[in-house]
Ligand binder design. Structure first.
Ligand SMILES: [Zn+2]
Length: 347
């Protein structure tokens, strides 16, 4: 039984179409940077293999996995003008040949699905084989130049490797060169964070704790290993509002003061300052959560995120409009101003 439901504008009370999103009487384009898509042919490719479930989009609601008219109707209901689509990663264990074939098919089909549905309502992130960083850099470039993708969607780890390892620098260098937006989203997070043995039982803890924790660990390594110093113009957008990191950034500033012997690698800024060079989605559920996120990272660093077709956020525009501490400029940036610039969407 569901004990707690959405706190803002439950779906069954909303009209079929959201009122136009206006700030000071001016129409603002609302852009959802966190929405998923799956490719049916890829699901077929992995049928009967251990990757069958993630290739098919895990538990995503069947009719909304693809770019159906139902999806556009739901976007209208939420007031979302454009979704930036990503496929959740599951392919980092594949060999080079299989990974190449998967990425070629997936990127081509996602681009075709966007064109067939409505390229004014959807933009895409490329999939890349991050286990081969040079290949991933090529796939990113090809995805942007050939298919019009605005960046790439990646997981926060690659097998057992942290993405702050210099091994991945060729990918980060290409992303910075192309000014690609790199959307980072958890994958198999309980395993990736090592908490599998502790998150069984009631409450879906591998998701509700594991997903934010995986992103938190990723961002922390990118800060403390100096990756964000090496690539200061890299555009990273962290899913689920960056996990726990923006809720508790003061601790990473104090850590090196308390135990300097464990902070031998110099970085250029105070650790929490790096949050202001990262982007985050708005998936924090409450006006107080959004107020705090904006206070820590800056409203200019936040874009709407729904996790569609997973029902984690059903009124993303209303959350922004109902957060009293945000200024009009803050609201405009979060609703779509920042993501229009990063994703090169005409505003
Ligand atoms: Zn998601």
């Amino acid at each position: 039984m569901l004990l707690f439901g959405p706190r803002i504008s439950p779906q069954d009370q909303r009209p079929a179409k959201h009122a136009p999103v206006l700030i000071n009487g001016r129409r603002v384009k609302a852009v959802d940077v966190h929405a998923h898509i799956y490719v049916p042919e890829v699901a077929e490719m992995f049928q009967g293999t251990p990757l069958e479930h993630p290739a098919a989009g895990g538990g995503a609601i069947d009719r909304d996995k693809y770019l159906s008219s139902e999806r556009i109707r739901k976007m209208d209901e939420m007031g979302v003008d454009v979704q930036a689509l990503s496929v959740n990663t599951f392919w980092y264990s594949l060999d080079r040949d299989k990974a190449t074939r998967l990425i070629d098919l997936q990127n081509r089909r996602v681009a075709e699905m966007i064109q067939a549905a409505n390229p004014e309502r959807f933009v895409g992130f490329a999939s890349v084989a991050l286990q081969f960083p040079e290949l991933a850099a090529q796939q990113l470039e090809e995805g942007m130049k050939r298919f019009g993708f605005r960046g790439a969607a990646i997981g926060p780890t690659c097998g057992a490797e942290e993405l702050s390892s210099p091994k991945f620098d060729p990918f980060w260098a290409k992303a910075e060169e192309l000014q690609a937006l790199i959307f980072v989203h958890p994958q198999d997070s309980a395993k990736a964070t090592g908490i599998t043995a502790r998150v069984g039982g009631n409450g879906d803890l591998d998701n509700v704790i594991g997903n934010p924790l995986e992103t938190t660990i990723f961002l922390s390594h990118m800060i403390f290993e100096g990756t964000l110093d090496r690539f200061p113009n890299l555009k990273i957008c962290a899913a689920h509002a960056g996990g726990y990191l923006p809720s508790y950034p003061g601790r990473m500033d104090w850590g090196c003061y308390v135990t300097p012997e464990r902070c031998q690698k110099p970085i250029k800024k105070k650790p929490s300052e790096y949050l202001k060079q990262i982007y985050f989605d708005s998936l924090v559920f409450t006006p107080e959560g959004l107020r705090h996120l904006a206070a820590e990272v800056g409203a200019s660093q936040i874009g709407l995120g729904t996790d569609y077709p997973f029902p984690w956020s059903e009124a993303p525009v209303d959350l922004v409009m109902q957060t009293p501490e945000l200024s009009d400029a803050d609201r405009e940036a979060i609703l779509g101003g920042t993501m229009c610039k990063l994703l090169k969407i005409p505003s």
